[in-house]
Design a protein around this ligand. Structure first.
Ligand SMILES: C[S@@+](CC[C@H](N)C(=O)[O-])C[C@H]1O[C@@H](n2cnc3c(N)ncnc32)[C@H](O)[C@@H]1O
Length: 209
């Protein structure tokens, strides 16, 4: 794990305050997207990549899930996630790991949710790993931030630690991202949706193994 990864220097308080600031609004958007994904696909087993402190995990409570895995590089986020949800989410497993390095064995997930994480990792390598981790016909749900000439990738808020991400994040080109996914063997499962919030555009995409 790279100890100079800027995500290790951002407290969950700063992250959550930044993401829910009125000019950002992404925490709420991501929470809603996750709820819709769960309702739509009703997975029996799920992995959430870059799960933070469990944004949206309240939608996993009272669901019948044989496996729930959250992966994040920031141990403190996971400790909070555990404190919030371990009592209420059956079969919750939290793994502190760098997604560029982690290997998991078996094709074990019905759904892998990857919202605003491809900006920080080697997308092609992670797509290959996800393909291996999904069961046949499993679904990958992806949220990507789209580049914009009008706004900086990281919005201005009083939470300066988030600025560390500006030079670290890479916004994906959607066409290239799809091509990589198809080359690995994914097919597109439904029409992507574009969401606009805080002057930024995001795309929600679904791929089937
Ligand atoms: C923008 S947040 C993700 C938002 C979250 N998925 C949601 O729906 O609310 C990015 C998360 O990815 C984690 N992360 C960044 N790079 C990572 C890496 N290489 N491996 C694992 N987690 C990483 C960060 O610690 C952070 O929690």
């Amino acid at each position: 794990m790279k100890i100079n990864n800027p995500w290790l220097q951002i407290s969950s308080e700063d992250y959550e305050h930044h993401m829910s600031a009125p000019n950002v609004g992404q925490l709420q958007m991501l929470d809603e997207i996750f709820e819709n994904v769960l309702n739509e696909f009703s997975p029996g087993s799920i992995a959430v990549l870059g799960c933070t402190a469990g944004n949206g995990f309240q939608h996993l409570v009272n669901r019948e899930l044989e496996r729930v895995v959250g992966i994040d590089i920031n141990f403190k986020y996971l400790a909070e996630c555990r404190a919030w949800f371990v009592q209420d989410i059956v079969n919750l497993q939290l793994i502190c790991a760098d997604l560029n390095e982690i290997e998991l064995s078996g094709s074990i997930f019905d759904l892998i949710h990857a919202a605003l994480i491809f900006e920080y990792v080697n997308a092609e390598k992670l797509l290959e790993k996800i393909f291996g981790w999904l069961k046949p016909d499993g679904i990958l749900s992806v949220v990507l931030q789209l580049s914009s000439e009008k706004s900086e990738p990281v919005s201005d808020t009083p939470y300066q630690a988030l600025k560390l991400l500006s030079s670290f994040m890479h916004l994906a080109d959607v066409k290239e991202f799809k091509e990589k996914a198809y080359a690995i063997g994914f097919s597109e499962d439904r029409e992507p949706e574009i969401k606009t919030i805080g002057g930024k555009n995001f795309i929600e995409m679904y791929f089937k193994k």
